[in-house]
Write a protein that binds this ligand. Structure first.
Ligand code: ADP
Length: 461
């Protein structure tokens, strides 16, 4: 998974979580304020009923109902303040009812300590609180006091507006901030991944960048660097073994060849001479394998740099193809060159020639009579590209990933007639890698193969 998708996935999660928290926060803030404001208004209204009860109704027997009504009007001026006040006797007689009562149907007396919302004719709402009162003289009253809900509604509407506009804005800023923070936090991971991508068997000495922050990312870099160390060590051991083994085998093989060559001319009778002759051939084959292994181990140790020079790959390729034309002719295979001179590269010319030879040799070996081979060399961007395209037997898809491995041969049956030990392409790969290049292949069975070598172009002088 790439970091972009990690970044987007985490941001999406974060955004979802944040949105849920903000929605929850908005809903609960709205509900809490609504509850608080209604509760405060109801409290105020109930206190007003208490005031009326204590200051006016307590003495109503003496002062009379008309006095109570006048006093309420004078003290609370319900009409002027949009209020509603109603005092009803226990027997149902209304002592006082403010003008607002006409705006809604107040029939049916509410239970004590009860609040309700009444809708007025003009559409506005009134919160009405009711309470029963028992005077010291034994009379009972029902007091109702109402106040407009409009101020509460206006406050709530403003809060809603603030939440609807403000919360997405704040959430948006937080999400954007989160995204950039995440990008910053993942930046070192991207750099570590890019550096890790650059590390191959040929630059195992390089290390991943350390962030020096003492955090998990530094630990990750350190752990990966230690892993690269272990890989380098294992790889180095492997290479050293190959170098030592092939080096040690060269001397006895040379001695063996010398011995066989010295006894060959005098060997009698003829069958013995023939046997020595074929033993010599096998020794030669073995010596070639050992030489190739030794060469591979030296290339992997980076020793190719010694013979470094600048040369024209196109010229080298066409020259080599001309030298090999006879071989192709013998097999009835046509070789066509398509290489304009001036594709300069830097490297070990003899080694690169070996690449051309091996690829052409394989193409000739695995292309039946009547087929053709095309050798192309051209510059592409900063790269020199050489292609060997044949119309031969091709390579099965299952074998394709392994053809550059040492000692790999597609199958013994089809390679029976042709000699080789499965080292030709392995050394091609080692040479290309030692020159900072690469080799790749695509192939279709019975249709042909295309080997493509890429080398860095030499700097212009
Ligand atoms: P060898 O020296 O035995 O040819 P290589 O390493 O050169 O070994 O090649 C490995 C295997 O890849 C060979 O056994 C052969 O089957 C296959 N191969 C290489 N080049 C070609 C080609 N041009 N067409 C078909 N098969 C190929």
């Amino acid at each position: 998974m790439n970091t972009r998708s990690v970044r987007f996935r985490l941001t999406a999660w974060y955004a979802g979580l944040l949105a849920a928290v903000f929605v929850l926060f908005s809903v609960s803030t709205y509900q809490l304020l609504q509850h608080y404001l209604q509760h405060s208004l109801a409290d105020l209204l109930l206190r007003r009923t208490d005031q009326i009860a204590v200051s006016l109704l307590a003495n109503a027997e003496k002062t009379g109902d008309a006095y109570v009504a006048d006093e309420i009007k004078a003290r609370y001026a319900p009409e002027n303040y949009d209020r509603f006040i109603r005092v009803t006797r226990g027997d149902g007689g209304v002592i006082y009812a403010s003008g607002r009562a006409a705006d809604f149907d107040p029939t049916g007396l509410p239970p004590s300590d009860h609040t309700r919302v009444a809708r007025l004719a003009d559409g506005s709402k009134l919160l009405v609180a009711a309470r029963t009162y028992q005077s010291p003289g034994g009379r009972s009253y029902i007091l109702e006091s109402g106040g407009p809900m409009q101020p509460i509604e206006i406050t709530l509407r403003r809060l809603l507006l603030l939440l609807v506009l403000g919360v997405p804005l704040v959430a948006g800023i937080a999400i954007l901030g989160g995204y950039f923070l995440l990008r910053r936090a993942l930046g070192p991971v991207v750099r570590i991944a890019q550096s890790a991508e650059q590390i191959t068997l040929h630059n195992l000495n390089e290390r991943l960048p350390l962030t020096d922050t003492g955090d998990e990312l530094e630990q990750l870099s350190l752990a990966l660097n230690r892993m690269i160390d272990r890989l380098r060590e294992a790889f180095e051991q492997n290479r050293r073994f190959l170098a030592d083994a092939s080096h040690e085998l060269r001397t006895p093989l040379t001695a063996l060849r010398g011995e066989l060559e010295s006894v060959l001319p005098d060997a009698q009778p003829a069958p013995v001479r023939d046997r020595i002759g074929s033993a010599l051939e096998e020794v030669d084959r073995l010596a070639k394998i050992v030489e190739t292994l030794f060469a591979i181990s030296r290339l992997e140790a980076g020793e190719a740099q010694r013979e470094w020079a600048r040369f024209d790959l196109a010229q080298l390729a066409t020259g080599t193809a001309e030298q090999m034309a006879l071989l192709a002719d013998d097999k009835g295979v046509a070789v066509e060159c398509d290489a304009a001179p001036g594709v300069n590269v830097e490297g070990d010319q003899a080694r690169i020639k070996q690449v051309v030879v091996n690829l052409l040799d394989n193409a000739i070996k695995y292309t039946p009579a009547g087929g053709s081979i095309r050798l192309r060399v051209h510059a592409l961007g900063q790269k020199a590209v050489m292609e060997v395209i044949d119309t031969g037997i091709g390579i099965p898809a299952t074998a394709l990933p392994h053809v550059f491995e040492r000692f790999f041969r597609v199958d013994e049956a089809r390679s029976r007639q042709v000699d080789g030990a499965g080292l030709g392409l392995a050394i091609v790969k080692s040479i290309c890698a030692a020159h900072g290049g690469l080799v790749e292949v695509d192939s279709a069975e019975q249709r042909g193969s295309r080997f493509r070598v890429e080398l860095p172009l030499a700097q212009k002088v």
